[in-house]
Design a binder for this molecule. Structure first.
Ligand code: ZN
Length: 411
């Protein structure tokens, strides 16, 4: 299967700065995301998806209608346009390394930055392929412009090959996924599909059907401030209470820096304080609801202790639900993941079912009612200057999309 425009598409998208912003209160969080959105709307129309629209919130939506006479489901293909605010996306200059020789790749001679095979053992399997990297000064944005380019090329392939059976296909490109707002302004009615796939995963062959269960907690401590000279018996120092609380958190276990695979964590990530008030913000992550609850109960017990020790202070805890493990939803619709595995197999790969130590738009969509696992893009080292991807893996991703659509078109 050939996707002649895939590389050029990908390079074009990566050069458009679409960094999103945590701080911004607007939607989308940065207006520059619309530059890519407009281009994608036009690109979809050029391919022949005539109903392509860019809505008032920055979502790009389009349909490739089914070519079947019988009733077929509608399947959404979803990718996000923004890139992580963690690393700059200004002036991305993708570097192409053709016929990769298996050695460390020089990203920047000046900065002495190398993409090392020692840190990237997967590079070994890519000898002879075309590797795309950054120039060491920005992220690449394969997360998730690879997903977008793969969906676009798959759509082009399907319009050029009308003999291939396909279901109704809904293409949806979202803003602001990286700041956790990718699904905030979309409805199931707008998506108009029976199942979906985000194309936002990692190494070739992977299908992700599990995410963390995630909540955030905010502890708000109010002390009493008095002139230090006359504070005896009156002052209650919120800073000291905050440090007492944080001191009780797990140190070497149950932290992001000490856990992997299926382990959860308690992650204090923000702390401010004066005598009068202090705020601690914490991320709670676990693969099970039970594990999440245990961690939250632990925090609540620590706060209870602090309250008992400092009766004059006021200490409040707020728990905010973020997202839940999508597996609980996907297990009720096993065919959605099974078809993806079958499509991966039909493309000559071995499907690898895996879990994400994080969330996706799909996790939220699952709980909105749209079963949506995550397909690989082929990308590595997301959110970093060391991001890289192989063109051959991107072609495989596009092929998997085409074959997956074929599987949904037949009974
Ligand atoms: Zn992503």
């Amino acid at each position: 299967m050939q996707f002649p425009d895939l590389l050029e598409r990908f390079l074009t998208y990566t050069r458009i700065d679409t960094g999103s912003s945590e701080e911004s209160q607007t939607f989308p969080s940065t207006l520059k995301q619309l530059n890519l959105a407009k281009k994608l709307k036009q690109g979809l129309q050029d391919i022949g998806l005539m109903d392509a629209t860019l809505d008032e919130n920055g979502y790009v939506l389009a349909t490739l209608p089914s070519n079947q006479i019988q009733n077929v489901p509608a399947i959404a293909l979803i990718a996000h346009m923004d890139t992580s605010p963690d690393v700059t996306a200004e002036n991305v200059n993708p570097c192409i390394h053709k016929n990769y020789n298996g050695k460390d790749i020089v990203l920047s001679l000046d900065a002495g930055l190398l993409l090392k095979t020692k840190d990237n053992p997967e590079l070994e399997e890519k000898v002879g392929q075309t590797i795309i990297t950054t120039d060491g000064t920005t992220l690449l944005g394969a997360d998730d412009k690879a997903g977008i380019a793969e969906i676009m090329s798959a759509m082009q392939y399907l319009t050029e090959h009308p003999e291939r059976p396909r279901p109704h296909i809904r293409v949806i490109f979202t803003p602001d996924e990286e700041v956790g707002r990718g699904t905030d302004r979309i409805t199931l009615k707008k998506i108009a599909a029976d199942a979906g796939y985000t194309v936002d995963g990692g190494p070739v062959g992977e299908i992700e059907d599990e995410t963390f269960c995630a909540d955030s907690m905010k502890i708000h401590i109010k002390g009493v401030n008095v002139h230090p000279g006359t504070a005896k018996g009156k002052m209650i120092n919120a800073i000291k209470i905050a440090s007492m609380v944080v001191e009780r958190f797990p140190g070497q276990q149950m932290s992001p820096e000490t856990t992997e695979n299926r382990e959860g964590y308690i992650h204090p990530h923000f702390l401010t304080g004066t005598v009068e008030e202090a705020v601690i913000k914490i991320l709670i992550r676990d693969f099970t609801e039970q594990g999440l609850k245990e961690k939250e109960d632990f925090i609540l017990s620590v706060v209870k202790e602090a309250k008992e020790k400092c009766p004059g202070a006021s200490i409040n805890v707020e728990v905010k639900k973020s997202y839940r493990n999508m597996k609980t939803v996907l297990d009720r619709h096993p065919v959605v993941v099974e078809k993806a595995e079958e499509a991966i197999r039909l493309s000559g790969l071995v499907p690898v079912r895996t879990s994400i130590r994080g969330g996706t738009d799909g996790a939220r969509l699952c709980f909105m009612g749209l079963p949506t696992p995550n397909l690989f893009t082929g990308g590595h080292n997301f959110h970093s200057r060391y991001e890289w991807i192989s063109l051959e893996d991107m072609e495989k991703a596009a092929e998997v999309i085409v074959k997956l659509m074929g599987l949904w078109a037949v009974k």
